[in-house]
Design a protein around this ligand. Structure first.
Ligand code: UT7
Length: 324
């Protein structure tokens, strides 16, 4: 029997502090109306001073463990997708491991910016199919506020902090569209776009973490085309139609990108999970945050088929088809 992996639990965490569009009006030359019309964002959560990416990841992980009825010692692998690690090294994943009181199993970070969660999910799926682990925590966690230029109105109004986690479990069984779990993942990158979304700092570049620089219109255009290609790839690979999929769970960057990608892929917005209005763009945390909220609110149910899609700096992008 082949091994496949299932998402058995989800958890998430948002920092206490909420920053509204109205409050941003006193920080940069912007308006609530501009932000909402151009992005769909009403508010975002911002981590407290001293609240680290690992702190948020650990809280999301505890929620997922609680939902699964598991102890940290039941987990034998952790991958954290993040662009905003606590430190240059060690990885945020080992800090999370220590924070959960674990001292065994594999742990490392994945850096694929806003596509990080799909990259991490795919990596964990591959490791588990290869027998490297039986239960893994895959976490997207970001303190994006730490790399925002709070004088750049074109970027600082769009992002937020938070963390989302899933627990993956290895199972033996039938693969294919009717089976549980991750049916397929599809990862892509094109470094020729590295200069349309990046930070102006880095360890070997200048020794600082830098701030986000984004050519918004160009990213927008590429995002819609490339994410809808990734959606098509997932459907074709599994011989499925749009009507077979219960939920599109996209990276939450901008409602206009979400709507355009859904339209181009043939999805009705009734089948799209949207949280961008309350969270802003939380980068690698956005899909697991949206998934957890949708499951806990009862919107998304066990047994339903969900298609994740994301795009981030690099450019990196991808999709994953998962029966929940
Ligand atoms: O996670 C993946 C990475 N990120 C994304 O997916 C984001 C991709 N891009 C976008 O979401 C959109 O391009 C933005 C929301 C960033 C911008 O929307 P847009 O419709 O592409 O606007 P724009 O960049 O073309 O700017 C339009 C105008 C400009 O003024 P002028 O040149 O027309 O006079 C900007 O200076 O809006 C101005 N502007 C603002 N005005 C008020 C830019 N930022 C703001 C602001 N408030 N915060």
């Amino acid at each position: 029997m082949p091994t496949y992996t299932r998402i058995i639990a989800t958890g998430s965490y948002l920092p206490e502090k909420i920053l509204t569009n109205k409050e941003l009006e006193s920080i940069v030359d912007t308006t609530d109306e501009w932000i909402y019309q151009r992005s769909g964002i009403r508010q975002r959560h911002i981590a407290a001073d001293g609240e680290l990416t690992s702190d948020m990841a650990i809280k999301a992980a505890h929620k997922a463990l609680e939902q699964a009825g598991l102890k940290p010692s039941d987990i034998d692998g952790i991958i954290v997708a993040t662009t905003t690690p606590d430190r240059t090294f060690p990885s945020t994943a080992v800090i999370v491991q220590a924070g959960l009181g674990m001292s065994a199993g594999l742990a490392f970070d994945v850096q694929a910016v806003c596509a990080g969660f799909i990259y991490a999910l795919s990596t964990a799926d591959g490791l588990m199919r290869a027998g490297q682990a039986k239960r893994m925590l895959v976490i997207g966690a970001e303190k994006i506020s730490a790399i925002l230029n709070w004088e750049d109105r074109a970027t600082c109004v769009l992002f937020g902090d938070g963390a989302g986690a899933v627990i993956l479990e290895a199972h033996e069984g039938q693969e294919g569209a009717q089976s549980d779990g991750i049916l397929s993942t599809h990862l892509y990158a094109d470094g020729s776009f590295k200069d349309i979304l990046y930070t102006d700092g880095g360890v070997s570049l200048n020794g600082i973490s830098g701030h986000i620089i984004m050519h918004g219109r160009e990213v927008f255009k590429q995002a819609v085309n490339l994410m809808s290609d990734a959606v098509t790839a997932a459907l074709e690979h599994n011989n499925l139609q749009v009507s077979d999929v219960d939920w599109l769970i996209p990276h939450q960057a901008n409602i206009r990108i979400i709507e355009s990608t859904a339209r181009k892929s043939g999805f009705s917005m009734e089948n799209v999970v949207v949280t961008v209005h309350n969270h802003g763009n939380t980068s690698a945390a956005s899909i697991p945050l949206a998934l957890d909220e949708a499951i806990r609110s009862g919107q998304v149910k066990k047994g339903q088929l969900a298609l994740f899609e994301a795009l981030g700096g690099g450019l990196t992008w991808g999709s994953a088809l998962v029966r929940l």
